[in-house]
Design a protein around this ligand. Sequence first.
Ligand code: COA
Length: 134
Amino acid sequence: MITYEWRGGFENVEVNTLHAEAFETRVFDESEWNWQRLVDEHSLGWVVAREDGELIGFVNVVWDGLVHAWIQDTMVAAKAGRRGIGKQLVAVARDAAGDAGCEYLHVDFDDDLKPFYYDACGFRPTNGGLIELQ
Ligand SMILES: CC(C)(COP(=O)(O)OP(=O)(O)OC[C@H]1O[C@@H](n2cnc3c(N)ncnc32)[C@H](O)[C@@H]1OP(=O)(O)O)[C@@H](O)C(=O)NCCC(=O)NCCS
């Protein structure tokens, strides 16, 4: 059974392991990337997806403290891909951000994920911009 929990519990090692697989990085340790501290200090919330207890999906929702929220680091374990888990993670995040009073949910992504964010998750295209700082 798959469960989705807004502000659900997780261990840093679980998210770092999932992140490494999803974004093809090495596995950071919690002294380098402490998700618990980051989401506590900077996020409106996050969504944890588990199947039989195992972390299979995660998305972070950062915000401006009032009306704008942003989806960051949507990730689903490869073995659990294309079962609608990513779509449901975003749907839970969308509902929770709306319940918190946010008026807009933003996301940015590469071209190949247009079918996921536009067609499956319901975002509409908008202009955006990016400056690389490092
Ligand atoms: C992108 C990601 C979150 C999608 O999660 P998922 O659970 O596999 O997606 P879903 O099953 O909910 O997909 C729903 C629909 O979105 C579309 N979709 C999903 N992944 C897609 C992809 N990689 N390319 C194109 N369309 C995609 C499909 O239409 C899919 O429906 P279908 O399987 O019936 O064809 C997941 O592949 C992932 O973690 N990728 C690596 C990390 C990443 O790039 N995250 C996004 C950062 S912006």
